[in-house]
Design a protein around this ligand. Structure first.
Ligand code: PMP
Length: 419
């Protein structure tokens, strides 16, 4: 870490990795295998970060490794179309019927940034609505009252984001449909889009209240605004059809990332044909990428989605999440520690909080110091959770019953240690 700090800002290539929220020095990893991560000293950890969500099959899954290896020997990038891109596109469109066309990019940030440009190009409007605590990557318009590392580091607005750009973003509390309706009553004709994480995953995990997503659908439609579901985290994680499949609400545009790249750098955005046909070269809204749709990333994504399409996958993932959250809630009761927990599909959230968490304000009231102690106690037991209380947890198909039982024991020990 000392060497890295002399070479890389803060020693890391993405802020949350630095352990600032929990203290201590980040572990440097050497390899991953199924549910396990190994650090440089060869200590083994059961991994619930999973590269922040993509590794839904676990580390170094055979099908993914084989797909990447097979493609690698045939060349790593062509900057020209391949058949494989259409195979992945077809699979994505088949899983998420609201997407009639999809464009591959290289990260979640690129996906949301491009979707916003497209929404503005389509509607001819400038303003957008986002929700406090929702993180949509680090494009200027979206780095306003965002969650994840921005929340952890208390940087509600980043220096470098021009105030003129920030002024076009309206930030509202998550799950507050009345606030959305008020904003539309005031600015309705100016709002290009509402962008939302259909399950909040960057202020810890926060479920949408009943009717919230459907309400967003209704009000955006009424004002000719687009609804963008940022499913970078939830896509192929909470359900094969994403959160939109799980909750039965159809957005106009969807952004994807993480799982669709199987651990390689990938993102995508897509939606209704009439909107997507505005994207260059079909239309005038410009967006491009030298490495977009590159064969390695597409092959890894395709192998991942093929495995996820098998029967029973999401039932298994949700059962894993449920077991972990139950262990956390039980231990809270047993040791008299106020806790909250929730899960959906292969993601889960755990807070040290007295009251249910429904938005950023309630998430921010959770006990950060206690989470830090819990995090380190779990690490001592060989379990690696997110190094911040404002992040979600992730499970994979490699987390078998033995691994889960070991984790539940570790949760009990960690809670006993911190009570
Ligand atoms: N949207 C959401 C919902 C995310 O969780 C993230 C990353 N955690 C992003 C966008 C940005 O993706 P990336 O880090 O790949 O740029």
């Amino acid at each position: 870490m000392k060497r890295a700090q002399t070479l890389i800002p803060g020693g890391v290539n993405s802020p949350v990795r630095a352990f600032r929220a929990v203290g201590g020095t980040p572990l440097f990893m050497s390899r991953g295998e199924g549910p396990y991560l190994y650090d440089l000293d060869d200590n083994r950890y059961i991994d619930y970060v999973l590269s922040w969500g993509p590794l839904i099959l676990g580390h170094a899954h055979q099908a993914v490794v084989r797909a990447i290896a097979e493609r690698t020997v045939r060349g790593t990038s062509f900057g020209a179309p391949t058949e494989l891109e259409s195979d992945l596109a077809a699979r994505i469109l088949d899983a998420l019927p609201s997407m009639e066309r999809v464009r591959m990019v290289n990260s979640g940030t690129e996906a949301t940034m491009s979707a916003l440009r497209l929404a503005r190009g389509f509607t001819g409007r400038k303003k957008i609505i986002k929700f406090v605590g929702c993180y949509h990557g680090h494009a200027d318009s979206l780095l306003i009252r965002a969650g994840s590392g921005v929340a952890t580091f208390s940087l509600p607005d980043s220096p470098g984001v021009p105030p003129e750009v920030a002024a076009l973003t309206i930030s509202l509390p998550y799950n507050d449909l009345a606030a959305v309706k008020d904003a539309f009553a005031q600015f309705g004709e100016e709002i290009a889009a509402v962008i939302v994480e259909p399950v909040g995953g960057n202020m810890g995990m926060v479920l949408p209240k009943e009717g919230f997503l459907a309400g967003l659908r209704e009000v955006t439609q009424a004002y000719g605004s687009l609804l963008i579901f940022d499913e970078v985290m939830t896509g192929f994680r909470v359900h094969y059809g994403g959160a939109q499949g799980y909750y039965g609400v159809k957005p106009d545009l969807t952004t994807l990332g993480k799982v669709i790249g199987g651990g390689l750098p990938v993102g995508a955005y897509g939606g209704r044909k009439e909107i997507m046909d505005l994207v260059a070269p079909a239309g005038p809204v410009y967006q491009a990428g030298t490495l977009s749709g590159n064969p390695l990333a597409v092959a890894a994504g395709l192998a991942t989605l093929q495995t996820l399409a098998e029967e029973g996958v999401y039932e298994r993932l949700e059962a894993c999440s449920a077991q972990l959250v139950a262990a956390f809630l039980d231990a809270g009761k047993r040791y008299g520690i106020p806790v909250q927990g929730s899960y959906v599909g292969g993601m889960f959230g755990c807070f040290f909080a007295e009251n249910p968490v429904t938005d950023y304000a309630s998430a921010a009231q959770a006990d950060k110091a206690r989470y830090a102690s819990y995090f380190h106690a779990l690490l001592d037991c060989g379990v690696y959770m997110a190094p911040s209380h404002l992040e979600a947890g992730f499970v994979s198909l490699a987390h078998d019953d033995t691994v889960l039982a070991t984790t539940c024991d570790a949760i009990d020990s960690a809670m006993r240690a911190i009570c």
